[in-house]
Every structure is written in C-alpha cells, then in structure tokens.
Design a protein around this ligand. Structure first.
Ligand SMILES: Nc1nc2c(c(=O)[nH]1)N[C@H]1C(S)=C(S)[C@@H](COP(=O)(O)OP(=O)(O)OC[C@H]3O[C@@H](n4cnc5c(=O)[nH]c(N)nc54)[C@H](O)[C@@H]3O)O[C@H]1N2
Ligand SMILES: Nc1nc2c(c(=O)[nH]1)N[C@H]1C(S)=C(S)[C@@H](COP(=O)(O)OP(=O)(O)OC[C@H]3O[C@@H](n4cnc5c(=O)[nH]c(N)nc54)[C@H](O)[C@@H]3O)O[C@H]1N2
Ligand SMILES: [Mo]
Length: 748
C-alpha cells in the first residue's frame, strides 16, 4: 500500500503510519520541500508540549473575573473535563456580552494556524464570533501590513504583494538584471501560506541565471544570496533602502534615462516626486552621494548599479521585510517610483514584483480561486483594529489613533480569545505585552501546545493538529489542491476547533448559523462544490469530491500564458485603468498628502527610522529579527530543530572581537524594552553595525526583564510603521550586547 500524502505550511509530505501512530514523514516526491522540517512532524505531533486535556488557571477557577490577571503564567493549571471547560467558556462569553458588549471581546486572533482551509483556526474563530453577534477583530497582517495600505493608494489594490507577480516564465529569457532589495534568502522558500506542492524557487533562479539574468542583491547580509548563485552584493544599513531607490531615481533623471513618456502616460504625480528628488523644497537633491551616505555604502557601487539599470530589461523586487520597519510604506512606494522611471512596468520580465525572496512560489504561475476558504459571517460589532496595535489597545482603552485617513477608537477589552496564533511569539515588545495581558478579566486560548500564550491563559482548550482531521488545502500560488486525510486519531483529548465552536454555538442557541447543520465531511463536500463551480467558470473540470479523496491531489492545469504584472494596464491604460484616484500609478498622492500626517509626505521620501543606526551610540547594533530557517514562526520550536539553546545572534567577527566575545559566548541582548539571551555566532559576510536573530524561539521572560528563551521580540519596538498603516515595525530596533554572567543576574 502506498503511503498517504498530506500537506502543511512547509510542504506536501508522505506519511508512514503504523498501528494508528505516525512513524515518519518525508517530502512528497519531487516536491522539493525541506526534509528536516517535514521530517520533524512526528516529533511535533507527539511533543511533550502537547496539551492533553482542557485546563483552567487555579486563580481564575476560584475567583473567575475577579482573579489577579498578573498570575497568568504563574498559577497552577488545573486539568478539567471538556464539559466543565466549555460551560465556563460559554458562561463567560455571555457575561461579557451582557455586561460590556461585543466590542469588549477581542477575538481577532491573528496567526497562521495550520494548512487546511476548512479547519483553519483563525477562520473558524472569526466565523464563530460573527455568528455570536460581533467582536473586536484585527485588520491587516504582520507579513505585509504596511504594503497592503500604501499599495491601495499607489496601485489601487494590494494585489502586488498579496497575489499578483510577474512569473518566472516571464523572467527567464527576458530579464537582464534582477535587482533584489532584501535579497532572495532560500530559507524563506521553505514555506507557503496554505502549503504548496512544489518548492521550485531555486530552480527558477538557476534557470534565469543560466539564460543570462544578472542578479544584484542589496542586503546587509550575504546569505540573502542563494548558494551557488553569482550575484553582485551591496550591503547597506538596514532602513536605508528607500534612500538608495530615490538616489537611483534621481540618477536616472540626471542621466536623462528616465522614461518621461511612461511617467506622463501611466503615472500621476511625477512632477511632485521629481521636485522632491531635485530638492526643490528641502534644498537637498537626492543624489547617489546623498543615498550612499545614508546607506553607508561606496557611491561607486551605486553608480555601477545605475549603469546596470540603464540598459536592458530590469526586474526590481523588495522582500517583505523591508516594509516591516518604521516608515516601511516608503520603501515600497519608492521601488514603484524607480520602476516607473525605468518605464518597463507591464513588460515581460520587467517592472517590479514584491516578495520573490519572501515566500515559496511567488511567481510560480498558478490559477487563482480554486482553493476553498471557509466563509466568515461578517462582524456586526463593526470593530477592527490594525493587527499590530493590539497591545496598545490593551494599554489605552478609549484612545483614538489615526489609521489610513480615519480614526480608530480602541475598545475596553475584557476578554481575549485566541485560536491559531501565538501573540507571545509574534508581537513586538513582549514584556509590555506580558504586563498588559494581565488586564482583561479572562483569556481563553485554543492550542495544540503549551506555548508561551497557552501557558498565560485562564482557560486552555487542546486542539487537534491537521494530521488528526480531514481537510482540503493549498495556495493560489501553486498549481495543486490537496485532500488532507485524517492520518491519526486526536492526541490526548484534543478536539477540532470546529467541533468546539459548534458545541459552544449549540449551547448558546446559534448552532445553525455557525455550522449550518454540517459536520466536517458535509463542509468539505460543500466547500469543494464551490471549487467545482469556480473551476467550471475557468473552463476547467475539477474532480468530484470522492475522486479528490481517492487521488489525494488535483494538479490544476497551468495558466496558458506567463503572468506579467500590470500588462493589461500597459496595453490600454484607459480601458484597464487602475482603481486609484487618478486611474494611474500614483507617484504622488493628494489623498495621502491630505491626511497631513507628520513624517509622511504625499510622495515617497526617506525618513530616518525612530531607532537609526546612522545616528546611534558606537556600541549599538541594528537588530534584524528575521524569519527562522527551520521553523515556521514559533511552530517546530518544540522539536530538535531548535538545536543548541539559547538561539544564536550573528554579527561580523570584528563586532564580536571589539566586544571581547568568542564564538558561543552567552550574551544579553538589550534594548530599553528588555533583554533576551543569545549565543554569539560570527558571520563573515555581513556588514558592520548589525546583529541578526531569528524569530520563533519560545519566550521565557522573567521578572527581571530577561527572556531566557531568546525571543528577539523581548527587545523589539512596538510602534506603528506610520499613522497610515499602523503596521509592525519589528525591523527597527537598536540593541546593545554584553556578556551574560549568570551569577550577576538579579532575581526578583
Ligand atoms: N521580531 C519580529 N516579529 C515578527 C516578525 C518578524 O519578522 N520579526 N514576523 C511577523 C510575521 S510576518 C508573522 S506572520 C507572525 C507569525 O505569528 P503567528 O502566526 O502567531 O506564529 P505561529 O508560530 O505560526 O503561530 C501559530 C500558532 O497556532 C497554533 N496552531 C496551529 N494550528 C492550529 C490549529 O489548528 N488550531 C489551534 N487552535 N491552534 C493551532 C500553533 O501551535 C502556533 O502556536 O510573526 C510576526 N512577528
Ligand atoms: N523558513 C521560513 N520561511 C518563512 C517563514 C518562516 O517562519 N520560516 N515565514 C513566512 C512569512 S509569515 C513571511 S511574512 C515571510 C517574510 O519574508 P521576509 O520578510 O522577506 O523575510 P525575513 O527573513 O524577515 O527578511 C528577508 C531578508 O531581509 C533582509 N533585511 C532585513 N532588513 C533589511 C533592510 O532594512 N534592508 C535590506 N536591504 N535588507 C533587509 C534580511 O537580511 C533578511 O534575510 O517569510 C515566510 N517564509
Ligand atoms: Mo508573515
């Protein structure tokens, strides 16, 4: 018998099951998924961090809402039956709604959850609270929250970061120079939101290189160049990319190589931008010298970059990390401006696309709309806050914040409900989160594992993993849709999030609204019938539900032509005008200008970030907290992939020498927010003035403000990118390092 195939965010896999137990997992043949991450699934599923049954915090069990929230994470967790736990959840939801109203229920529950689109925990919880009558939700995401807003103004939609991409088929053979701000780090291609059948990015890049594309990587760290690829490397200060892009715009104008006809026909606001580039108002022309000083790179390397851009077909890209920083919107706006100057937007292999270096399958070429999604039920409370502002919301109930031209007034949160996310992984400034997490009356978490978040809840309900239930999964970036069969029985007393919410909604009398009378199989069949209809509209014939189960995967036929982002607009900018105010690409935006935000002009501009290495004390380092190589965020952190603890902090050998650190020395990484532990690791190919850590280690903050788990979010800054998008600015962070001497640590 052949082994069953299933899917997770880090790829498709073959599972070996024996006597009802998952024995081993390996990448689906030919998929290119990472064997270490896939191979860790049995360890993950049977980890001793699994939550075996529902638990209630002792203090809450005794005093409920009157208990001391500061004891979260300290009190004993008392095991209880499902019946007791669900009754308490149900009563508490009812109490909060009656006493405080729907907005007091914070259930935005940001997080990646697992692959599998029906059991997707964040969709389930939002559907439940929609049926419940409303809640406070979260808008946007951590990945590209700043891009999402700025692109709506500049291009009329977020497509350029969320779904649209010039495909590799168009790049290969057409692109002369591929310029990657933030690089093309292969570690990021191990993951696709929803899971993908193919991990072919290294092959795409190799094919492009073989067909003559020259790669230029602009990143503080050379491992952002894929191994084996010959690429030019420019290593700027973090946070300076916008200045480089504007400098190059200025240079194209100076050399009379800017495509004025393109600017006139396809863009609005170019005069305003050009006036800024020339320094008409601030008397500072945005020359290459100006940019080189900000970025701390030789001006010669920028001149050479401009030489490369002058001829041939140029593809510009920026990793998502570049907009997860203070003023992150500007980087994306400036990249679009630079592409507009070159005038190749909408041509094969030219223009810009965001995120080739950020996620597997960007530009892979696949048909969209065929992966099912669980429909939500709206939110009658009409309340949603920018995703990364939730700690601020906990601190300042009633405060009004600017957001994309409007104002959002924070609700007074009485209950937090999370399923499918790990805020004690993803939020910035975790010590602040921990202080404010104590405030609400009640915290309820569905989790598979005793994460830092689950350990800090009042009511913890154990959830199944995607291997313990059946589902349908995939991503619109990849041409496969998977049936994900239930491979093993639930571990311990774990239940599906769907079953928990179904039962809660039955008790509260809105079972029909939430589940619509369907069980798992009926839902999968229903969602699949919608896919069949959509497939038909695209002239495709999807397999029937039974056939899908039997086959395990539907290989969707590829689109007929390579995708070229904005080619339709280029062919006919009137008929296919953009949904912006001007119908064109907005190189200046009157609308953004009218918001009159500080530090935000109506056109792309470089602003020094609030913590800026260009103006920092000599012992400071700019901390890049980037995506982990072998985890998915905090997921897999409970397996052997976590390696030696605490996690590493990489820096240039001379930065280590200057501080007297040897390899593997334990150091305290500090900022005004707090500190975390890390092990010194030297990295030759890295610029000065920076330190690099991976996100994902499990937070273990103590009362002295030291996180023994080594989570960089113990030190990151929790501010919005700008009043425009209020997105995470995690990459803007200065730290200092000192050797950690255990006996000097004060306990308290
Ligand atoms: N400093 C810094 N911080 C960052 C970033 C950064 O670059 N730097 N990146 C940010 C980004 S882009 C992101 S996307 C976020 C990621 O933040 P998250 O998405 O919150 O991170 P995950 O670790 O994926 O959390 C998912 C949680 O859901 C649980 N889970 C999985 N499946 C299920 C399920 O079926 N049911 C239930 N109930 N639970 C389930 C997992 O065990 C895990 O604890 O982090 C952000 N934080
Ligand atoms: N293996 C793995 N892959 C993942 C994920 C994961 O958890 N694990 N998470 C996925 C998710 S949710 C997301 S959102 C994407 C995120 O994708 P990205 O945001 O692109 O990923 P990062 O690793 O944070 O950053 C990419 C590179 O940007 C560089 N960089 C950082 N700051 C600067 C800067 O100011 N200037 C320049 N020029 N370069 C800079 C860093 O060297 C880093 O290696 O990754 C996805 N891929
Ligand atoms: Mo993300």
């Amino acid at each position: 018998m052949t082994n069953p195939i299933s899917l997770c965010h880090w790829g498709a896999f073959e599972a070996e099951i024996s006597n009802g137990r998952l024995i081993a997992t390996k990448p689906m043949q030919g998929s290119g998924a990472d064997p270490d991450m896939i191979g860790a699934l049995p360890q993950l599923v049977y980890s001793d961090k699994r939550i075996d049954q529902p638990h209630i915090r002792e203090g809450w069990l005794r005093n409920r809402a009157l208990s001391d929230g500061a004891m979260r994470g300290h009190d004993r967790m008392v095991p209880v039956s499902w019946e007791v736990a669900l009754k308490l959840v149900s009563e508490e939801l009812d109490r909060i709604r009656t006493d405080h109203g729907h907005k007091a229920l914070f259930a935005g529950s940001y997080g990646w959850s697992s692959a599998g689109r029906f059991h997707h925990a964040r969709s389930q919880i939002r559907r439940f609270f929609g049926a419940f009558g409303g809640y406070t939700d979260q808008t946007g995401n951590y990945s590209w929250g700043a891009a999402q807003i700025i692109l709506q103004h500049v291009l009329g939609s977020e497509d350029a970061v969320s779904s649209a991409a010039t495909s590799w088929n168009s790049i290969c053979g057409n692109t002369d120079a591929f310029i990657a701000f933030g690089g093309l780090n292969p570690k990021n291609w191990r993951v696709t939101s929803g899971g993908a059948g193919f991990h072919h990015m290294p092959a795409h890049i190799q094919r492009a290189a073989d067909q003559g594309t020259k790669f230029i990587v602009i990143s503080p760290v050379a491992d952002d160049i894929p191994p084996g690829l010959e690429a030019d490397w420019i290593a700027p200060r973090p946070g300076s990319d916008t200045a480089i892009m504007l400098g190059l715009c200025h240079e194209m104008l100076r050399r009379d190589r800017a495509d004025r006809a393109f600017l006139d026909r396809f863009c609005s606001g170019s005069e305003t931008l050009i006036a800024h580039l020339n320094g008409d108002i601030d008397q500072q022309p945005k020359t290459l010298e100006w940019a080189a000083t900000i970025a701390d790179v030789p001006v010669q390397s920028l001149t050479e970059l401009a030489d490369i851009m002058e001829t041939g077909r140029v593809m510009l890209t920026a990793s998502w990390s570049l907009q997860r920083a203070h003023h992150g919107e500007q980087t994306y706006w400036a990249l679009i401006a630079l592409a507009a100057m070159l005038g190749q937007i909408g041509l094969p292999g030219g223009g810009f696309t965001f995120g080739y270096g950020s996620l597997n399958a960007v530009g892979q070429s696949a048909r969209k709309g065929l992966v099912p999604a669980l429909p939500t039920l709206g939110n009658k409370a009409g309340m949603s806050i920018p995703v990364a502002r939730f700690v601020d919301m906990l601190e300042h109930p009633g405060k009004s914040i600017p957001f994309n031209g409007q104002h959002i007034t924070y609700p007074d949160t009485k209950l937090i409900y999370w399923a499918g996310g790990n805020p004690f992984h993803h939020a910035q400034d975790l010590f602040r989160l921990e202080r404010l997490w104590a405030r609400p009356d009640t915290v309820i978490v569905h989790e598979q594992f005793w994460t830092a978040t689950a350990s800090r809840a009042d009511i913890v309900l154990p959830a199944t993993t995607s291997l313990e239930r059946s589902d349908i999964g995939g991503t619109s970036r990849d041409p496969n849709v998977f049936y994900m069969p239930k491979l093993i029985d639930p571990v311990g007393q774990a239940r599906n999030d769907f079953d928990v919410f179904s039962e809660l909604s039955e008790w509260s009398g809105f079972g029909d609204i939430f589940s619509e009378g369907r069980d798992e199989t009926a839902w999968l069949r229903h969602l699949w019938s919608r896919t069949e209809t959509r497939a038909m509209a695209q002239g495709l014939s999807a397999p029937g539900f039974e056939e899908l189960i039997e086959k395990g995967v539907w290989q969707v036929p590829l689109p007929d032509k390579p995708e070229v982002y904005l080619s339709g607009f280029r062919q006919d900018p009137v008929e296919n005008h953009l949904p912006t105010d001007s119908g064109k690409i907005e190189l200046a935006s009157e609308r953004i200008g009218s918001f009159q935000y500080d530090d935000l002009a109506g056109h792309p501009a470089w602003f020094a970030p609030s913590e800026w290495i260009g103006d920092a004390p000599p012992d400071a380092l700019a901390l890049l907290s980037r995506q982990p190589a072998k985890f998915l965020h905090s997921q897999l952190g409970q397996t052997d992939l976590a390696g030696d603890q605490p996690p590493k902090i990489w820096m240039h050998p001379s930065e280590a020498d200057q501080r007297g650190f040897r390899e593997k020395d334990l150091v305290r990484v500090s900022s005004p927010r707090g500190a975390c532990l890390a092990q010194v690791a030297r990295m030759e190919q890295c610029r000065l003035g920076i330190a690099v850590m991976e996100t994902g280690p499990w937070y273990e903050g103590n009362k002295t403000g030291l996180d023994h788990g080594g989570n960089p979010n113990a030190v990151t800054l929790d501010i919005g990118t700008s009043p425009l998008s209020q997105a995470t600015a995690a990459q803007t962070c200065l730290v200092t390092l000192e050797r950690y001497l255990e006996d000097q640590e004060q306990t308290g």
